[in-house]
Design a protein around this ligand. Structure first.
Ligand SMILES: Nc1ncnc2c1ncn2[C@@H]1O[C@H](COP(=O)(O)OP(=O)(O)OP(=O)(O)O)[C@@H](O)[C@H]1O
Length: 444
């Protein structure tokens, strides 16, 4: 029976042949203290040792057991933008191009808070800066689970945008603004996706750009505290960004979260303030965005929870705008799987029970089936809340170690307690059910 199941799984796995290995990348994270320069020389060995690994899933990391590699390489992630996230892969060819093997190390440490002067000898923390690739962002990509192909789509599209810009295409003919907009309900992973995307692009483009910086703009505090001054503040902030981008060997990612607070519609007033202030700020942002779009090493990532309030001229400038909604039961299952695996890794949940990956549905074992049923009760809830539920389940019993049965039982109890409205028969609101954007999607 097991053998038959294995066979079916193999048939379902994507077989990577030579013709698509060109879009297959290996991202190799080296151990602290190991020499990147020396490991760069081992790319061929790394590529060939990957082909002998049985359980490979797209965009999932794994360790290497080869005696010459295991002590210097922390993890490898295999990524193919032509293949769904989490799909099992069978690599038949050993022809992974060496140029697609990216060796990197991660920086540790906190973000650097950067201020701008606001007059009257006051200054405000306007942004936080991270040098990429950094440890904090590195595991986000693999742990973000979406129903659609948004991760692959964004990565390929933005990679193409940066390549086009780098080749010096005429922007009057090929309009590239290097700006993306992600919108949708709170807690659905928009900010995390921007950070993860920047990290992956940094690793991918490390041959082209020696350095990479991620600037997170503190848009809310900038706008609400010094409303009338915000036009000036925005200008100063963008001057700092331009300074970073003046280094042609540096890739600059700018994240503007809650972008609606900067670009609230020209006609709407903000918290009862004079609409002319809102207008001034919108204009300042748009002027600065237009300036920045001339810089080919800058990518602006924006997120919004209230798309309806966004300025049309701003939305128009985005090369991509995508709706990011609440996860379906399959994505919820996938998110819980990442949390449960971590709890198993630290031996809080029994390690002897392996839950099935989403891609093997419907051939689920009894535990996976139960988890999927629980997931179906949680539709319409944000990924942020979904991620917290297993920890709440663990905390219900003051035990150091839980069997899988105990864990699932507690998870069910937490769901019944915390979100009773999500039990079967509950009618979801129109907002919770929403799956399409109010802004037309740009086809990718
Ligand atoms: N689809 C998802 N897969 C995995 N984790 C998710 C997902 N959606 C949200 N999360 C988790 O929820 C937390 C919040 O995510 P994030 O801040 O990126 O959401 P957001 O959409 O930007 O929310 P907000 O608009 O409130 O800032 C993160 O820890 C993230 O890992």
């Amino acid at each position: 029976m097991v053998a038959v199941n294995d066979l079916v799984q193999k048939l379902n796995a994507v077989s990577i042949s030579a013709e698509i290995t060109s879009s297959l990348h290996l991202e190799v994270r080296i151990k602290k203290g190991a020499s990147k320069h020396e490991i760069e020389k081992l790319k061929e060995l790394i590529a060939s040792s990957v082909t002998s690994i049985e359980d490979l899933y797209n965009w999932r990391s794994f360790g290497l057991t080869h005696p010459d590699l295991k002590d210097i390489i922390d993890q490898v992630m295999i990524g193919c933008s032509n293949t769904p996230d989490g799909q099992k892969m069978v690599i038949e060819s050993t022809n992974i191009p060496i140029s697609n093997v990216h060796v990197y190390n991660v920086r540790e440490g906190d973000a650097l808070a950067t201020s701008v002067e606001t007059g009257d000898s006051e200054s405000s923390v306007a942004s936080h800066h991270w040098q990429l690739p950094c440890k904090e962002f590195d595991d986000i990509w693999e742990n973000l689970i979406f129903d659609d192909n948004i991760k692959n789509d964004l990565l390929s599209f933005v990679y193409a945008l940066l390549k086009l810009s780098d080749r010096g295409t005429n922007s009057n003919i090929i309009a590239v603004n290097r700006m993306i907009l992600l919108h949708g309900p709170p807690g659905t992973g928009k900010t995390s996706l921007c950070k993860a995307l920047a990290q992956r692009l940094t690793v991918r483009l490390s041959n082209r750009y020696k350095r990479s910086i991620f600037i997170e703009v503190n848009s809310h505090s900038l706008f609400s505290k010094w409303f009338a001054e915000s036009g000036k503040l925005i200008m100063k902030l963008f001057e700092q960004i331009e300074e970073c981008a003046s280094d042609a060997h540096q890739l600059v990612f700018v994240l503007i979260d809650e972008v609606e607070s900067l670009t609230i519609g020209r006609t709407s007033s903000y918290k009862g303030n004079d609409p002319s202030d809102a207008l001034r700020s919108v204009n300042a942002v748009l002027t600065q965005m237009d300036k920045i779009r001339r810089l080919k090493n800058v990518l602006v990532l924006t997120t919004s929870n209230i798309t309806e309030a966004l300025d049309e001229a701003f939305v128009d400038r985005a090369d991509v705008n995508r709706y990011v909604g609440h996860p379906s039961e399959y994505a919820i299952y996938g998110i819980w799987l990442t949390v449960i695996k971590e709890l198993q890794r630290v031996d809080i949940i029994d390690q002897s029970i392996a839950l099935s990956p989403v891609s093997s549905f419907p051939r689920f074992n009894e535990y996976s089936q139960k988890l999927l049923v629980l997931a179906s009760h949680c539709r319409g809830i944000s990924g942020r809340t979904i991620r917290k539920l297993p920890v709440l389940a663990y905390s219900r019993l003051s035990l150091d170690h839980l069997t899988m049965d105990q864990f699932l039982h507690n998870l069910e109890a937490v769901i019944n307690e915390k979100i009773p409205a999500k039990l079967p028969g509950h009618n979801q609101t129109a907002y919770e059910d929403k799956t399409t954007s109010t802004i037309p999607e740009v086809p990718l």
